[in-house]
Write a protein that binds this ligand. Structure first.
Ligand code: ADP
Ligand code: ASP
Ligand code: MG
Length: 427
């Protein structure tokens, strides 16, 4: 028997369906799906079933839930500033463990299977330890194993640079491993198995009225991921879009259909606002009474850029008498470093004071339908003000509006915005 694929796998030009053709399916399982050996057995059963239906199967695994955090904790106990190369060697062991366990389980069940680490799967990356980018994937070894009817198990999140060093792809990077391997193999579909049964209009873990989205475009998912919806690592969505890989996000704990991430023109229903996101990985820094002169912004942001810190929002308010206040946001993990550079700089440029707040959050409403609708911003601001939630910063683009608020109001803000934009599911 051959597994039935999604509607989107049916070639609409020729009306030729892939349903009767053996498919190449990439299945990625996240940390909670491989949290213990019993759950890894569930993964084995699912991969086996897909394989027994006649498909070629490549499984990409994350580390067991909590393991990557635990390893980072150990590294920080070992030394204050862990060497980045050695940290990647350490972090890669999380995925090595689960890949080996799954492959030995599959072999024990009588199936041909083999585990491959990043370098064995020829996932070649640049040299940016901790946040490496995939440059190319040599598929020969995987293809040979598939041709010999193996289930190929690849350790996610890791690669190898051109000097042979182990690299990792940034938090959540197994998603990118999976989509990139699916693209390199020209797979029919990349299935992302996780602890929720699809992509929702807001994080279902904090917004009980969030609705599951049946189909979402690559662009909208790129926006949601960049604004805090960590269900897919943003780079995985970029790769999926570039190579037009259909991605199916679904639960590893049920058989239910999840959400298809596909090209925009194949998404049937387009709402004005399609989702609300929140991002707690934010911190704010303000420089007060900065001399308002040409070149001052360059002086402030150059040292931040040189330290590799990504600045997100920037607001400049002009004061009277040639002075200005400048506020910007950085990732929370970089807050202390960014504060240090700014305190040193403030003296040099004659700013009166530097202060900051690491306990802020960014809430955003997103939707390509916003392009043609007015009133979205005022609806958002009114909804927040009714709950007395103060807006600290605002930024907008054609298809999203983001507000920085106090962290303690995050859940409330997500819920009221979800209701205000008519996204709540019916009871
Ligand atoms: P995995 O370990 O399987 O990679 P992640 O924790 O990285 O899982 O991603 C799944 C989580 O993403 C969910 O548990 C959920 O809390 C969160 N999430 C945030 N926004 C959304 C959203 N809009 N839809 C679904 N899940 C979301
Ligand atoms: N184990 C890595 C992490 O926790 C990669 C992943 O799970 O995608 O970020
Ligand atoms: Mg993840």
């Amino acid at each position: 028997m051959i597994i039935p694929l999604q509607q989107s796998d049916i070639d609409t030009d020729t009306q030729e369906s892939k349903v009767d053709i053996m498919a190449l399916i990439v299945q990625k399982f996240g940390g909670t799906s491989v949290a213990d050996t019993q759950r890894i057995r569930n993964v084995a059963n699912r991969a086996l079933k897909t394989h027994a239906q006649g498909n070629d199967v490549v499984v990409i695994l994350s580390a067991m839930a909590g393991v990557t955090d635990h390893l980072i904790g150990l590294a920080n106990e070992a030394t204050k500033t862990p060497d980045r190369r050695e940290l990647d060697v350490l972090l890669a062991t999380g995925e090595q463990t689960t890949a080996a366990l799954l492959a030995m389980m599959l072999k024990g069940m009588g199936t041909k299977a083999q585990s491959l680490l990043g370098h064995q799967a020829e996932v070649v990356t640049d040299c940016e330890y901790g946040n490496a980018r995939i440059l190319e994937i040599g598929t020969n070894r995987i293809k040979r194993l598939l041709a010999d009817r193996n289930i190929v198990v690849v350790a996610g999140f890791q690669g190898v640079d051109i000097k042979g060093n182990i690299t990792t792809l940034g938090r959540g990077g197994s998603d990118t491993s999976a989509v990139a391997i699916a693209a390199a193999l020209n797979a029919d579909i990349c299935e992302i198995y996780t602890d929720v049964d699809g992509i929702y209009t807001a994080d279902p873990n904090i917004c009980p009225r969030a609705r599951k989205i049946k189909e979402i475009s690559y662009d909208e998912m790129l926006n949601m991921a960049s604004l805090g919806a960590k269900v897919l690592q943003i780079r995985s969505v970029g790769v999926a879009k570039k190579y037009n890989i259909p991605v199916h996000v679904r639960s590893s704990f049920s058989q239910e259909e999840g959400t298809m991430v596909v090209q925009e023109d194949s998404v049937m229903e387009q709402l004005v606002v399609s989702g609300v996101t929140h991002d707690l990985d934010q911190a704010r820094i303000t420089l007060k009474k900065v001399p308002d002169q040409p070149g001052i912004a360059a002086k402030i942001f150059s040292p931040i850029a040189e330290s590799g810190i990504l600045v997100d929002m920037i607001i400049q308010n002009t004061r009277a008498a040639g002075q200005t206040d400048l506020t910007f946001t950085v990732p929370r993990a970089d807050y202390n470093r960014a504060m240090e550079t700014q305190k040193k700089l403030a003296e040099k440029i004659g700013a009166e004071e530097v202060f900051g707040d690491p306990n802020i959050a960014k809430v955003s409403v997103i939707g390509v339908g916003m392009k043609n609708h007015s009133g979205v911003a005022s609806l958002m601001f009114n909804a927040l003000s009714r709950e007395n939630i103060n807006i600290i910063m605002i930024s907008t683009s054609e298809i999203r509006i983001s507000c920085i608020i106090e962290e303690k109001y995050t859940e409330l803000a997500v819920r009221v915005l979800h209701t205000a934009f008519g996204l709540d599911k019916e009871d």
